[in-house]
Design a protein around this ligand. Structure first.
Ligand code: G6P
Length: 610
């Protein structure tokens, strides 16, 4: 998983490419590099570490006047994070350089052939194999374009790749197969990149490239061709409405904090056009019947949203739901054959490799797939039978926050929409209660907006007392159990403190053995039917000298080392108050410990490889 960018235009290309890479850093950031042609030679500058290291190296390259360049920010898939494995990679004769996002699965076989022909390799990457294969293709194919396509046809796996050559210094070639790639169409300049923010300051006009497509671009022209036979393809240019401000920190210390505070706006945007009076309007679902069984498949935070959504879908819409991690689902012989089954894939990026694979398996079984995605035009969005966009806007911080909130809103709306389609008496929620939930959802952005500053202050206060913990439990029951899992995930990914989310009732079946004064517990003790049960579980932990943070609602009788009261909402909507509290607590612990909040070590925003 990496970010790539290519530029052909009239401006100094190298700074522009570096700037684009900065906006792609969320895709990976263990090394970066750029290639451009100068004085008839390929110049490649690469550096391990973050972009600043590359910029430092480029500073001594003041003569870089090229108006076309390619760039890459890497997250290691093959080879350790080191300069020799950083992109771009060059052919042995240094006439071609490429940047690549993805994995060429058969690169060992291709490499063996090339080694036998006398090629040498200075890295462990599949990318260096690909660039030399293109070089080999130059011997038999009529042109660079044909050699590029010839090599890609032999490569199995996933790639978004962009090529620059000494012989055609003003032209870039790029192609995609199972990895995102978007063309940006400017005036006297064109771009290709893994994601739109890379070139958004310069153009809003984009062409979404599909698998099996090749694009050729110069400063003044572009054309898309089929990889198979290089026949020209007609592609529509679309105008993107996102503004760059949405992808910038807007005065907050970190993107994560900004994105947590954006959640009221996200809820408003999710509801816009989706609720009309007492009714939920989800046109995207109109062509599909209410499923007899729903399989939710997702990864990471999106998986937790799915677990939470199950409570509403089963309780309100009375649809039986299974929720599964995509990497497990895809290799299990899932029983999807029943007529009436549907699969719901949840993915912020719409590019997560395992989730995309699960979608394809479902489609092979002829089961309709609904995609719940944030990124417009993403692979999952394009391949699903129906797509519901979550309207969270670009999420830059690697740790997902507002995207989960938006997924939860949409899951609540889906549950209400399907409940309404149930024959009279069969829904788990009456029309009156449904109207009450819609009203509560409408009021939610205002309430949350008002609550967030205090919540942030309290998170900061409490975090200081717990930042020295090496382990943490997060406990919850019912719809709060998925929140406990999410709270634990946030703490471990941001602050590197070991944290486990548990169903409170499961504690005494083993985990409670770990509790001692140095092993605190974050308990979700909200105002719902299970509160008395959670309270007993808290007492059990306290009896073992475990310290407790209890996140609770006004008026509830609870004793804890730190009682944290957030405004009440009818369950399960209380989750929309609990979620930001959990996010803010993790944020504050990590920031206090001096961790890299927006880009935690070893993680990437969008996991486009297995
Ligand atoms: C990565 C991110 C997580 C995210 C997960 C699933 O691991 O770091 O924050 O929840 O991928 O991503 P998706 O885009 O499919 O929701």
């Amino acid at each position: 998983m990496c970010g790539i960018i290519g530029y052909a235009g009239h401006r100094p290309a190298v700074p522009l490419v570096v700037e684009g890479l900065r906006r792609l850093e969320y895709r990976g950031y263990d090394s970066a590099g750029t290639a451009f042609v100068q004085g008839g030679e390929m110049r490649v500058v690469r550096a391990a570490g973050k972009l600043a290291a590359l910029e430092e190296k480029l500073a001594s390259c003041a003569s870089a006047t090229a108006t076309s360049a390619i760039g890459h920010t890497r997250w290691a898939t093959h080879g350790v994070p080191a300069e020799r494995n950083a992109h771009p990679h060059c052919s042995n004769d240094r006439r071609i350089a490429i940047v690549h996002n993805g994995i060429i699965e058969n690169y060992q076989e291709l490499k063996a052939d090339l080694l036998a022909k006398g090629y040498t390799f200075s890295s462990e990457t599949d990318t260096e194999v690909l660039v030399n294969l293109i070089s080999e293709g130059m011997k038999t194919q009529g042109s660079l374009l044909e050699a590029f396509a010839w090599a890609l046809r032999q490569a199995h796996g996933a790639y978004a790749v962009c090529l620059k050559s000494v012989d055609e210094p003003d032209t870039l070639y790029a192609a995609r197969m199972a990895a995102p790639l978007i063309l940006g169409v400017g005036t006297g300049e064109n771009y290709v990149a893994s994601d739109i923010p890379a070139f958004l300051p310069y153009t809003r006009d984009v062409v979404f490239l599909e698998d099996g497509e090749v694009v050729m671009l110069t400063a003044s022209a572009w054309k898309v061709l089929a990889l198979e036979d290089l026949s020209p393809l007609e592609k529509p240019v679309r105008r993107i409405q996102w503004d760059m401000q949405a992808a910038q920190k807007g005065g907050f210390r970190h993107f994560m904090l900004k994105e947590i505070f954006e959640q009221p706006r996200v809820i408003t945007d999710c509801l816009a056009g989706r609720v009309d009076g007492d009714t939920v309007v989800l046109r995207e679902l109109e062509s599909l019947p209410v499923p007899r069984r729903l399989h939710i498949v997702a990864c990471g935070t999106s998986y937790h949203a799915g677990l939470w959504g199950r409570h509403l879908l089963e309780h309100w819409a009375r649809v039986p739901v299974s929720v599964e991690i995509a990497s497990e689902f895809r290799y299990r012989d899932a029983l999807l054959l029943d007529a009436g089954d549907a699969v719901l894939v949840i993915s912020q990026s719409g590019e997560t490799a395992d989730t995309l694979a699960a979608l394809r398996i479902a489609r092979e079984h002829g089961v309709p797939v609904i995609g719940l995605c944030n990124v417009v035009g993403s692979s999952i969005a394009r391949e699903a039978d129906a797509v519901i966009y979550t309207q969270a806007g670009p999420e830059i911080s690697v740790a997902s926050t507002k995207a989960m909130c938006s997924q939860m809103v949409m899951l609540a709306l889906m549950s209400l929409a399907w409940a309404r389609l149930r024959p009279a008496g069969e829904a788990g929620i009456s029309p009156e209660d449904s109207a009450g939930i819609i009203d509560a959802l409408r009021a939610l952005p205002g309430m949350l907006d008002a609550a967030l500053p205090d919540m942030h202050a309290r998170a900061r206060e409490i975090s200081r007392a717990y930042a020295d913990a090496r382990n943490f439990f997060y406990l919850g029951r019912g719809h709060c159990f998925p929140l406990a899992l999410e709270g634990a995930l946030k703490l471990k990914e941001l602050s590197y403190i070991h944290a486990e989310g548990y169903a409170s009732g499961e504690m005494k079946h083993g985990p409670i053995a770990l509790v001692d004064p140095s092993f605190p517990t974050f308990a979700l003790a909200l105002d719902d039917a299970l509160f008395p049960k959670v309270k007993s579980n808290i007492v059990e932990v306290q009896a073992r000298q475990g310290r407790i943070i209890a996140l609770t609602n006004p008026g509830l009788d609870i004793a804890a080392d730190d009682v944290w009261v957030v405004p009440a909402l009818p369950a399960p909507l209380s989750a929309f108050m609990a979620l930001p509290a959990l996010q803010l607590f993790s944020y504050e612990v990590a920031d206090y410990l001096g961790k890299d909040v927006d880009q935690p070590r070893n993680l990437a925003k969008s996991v486009t490889v297995e």
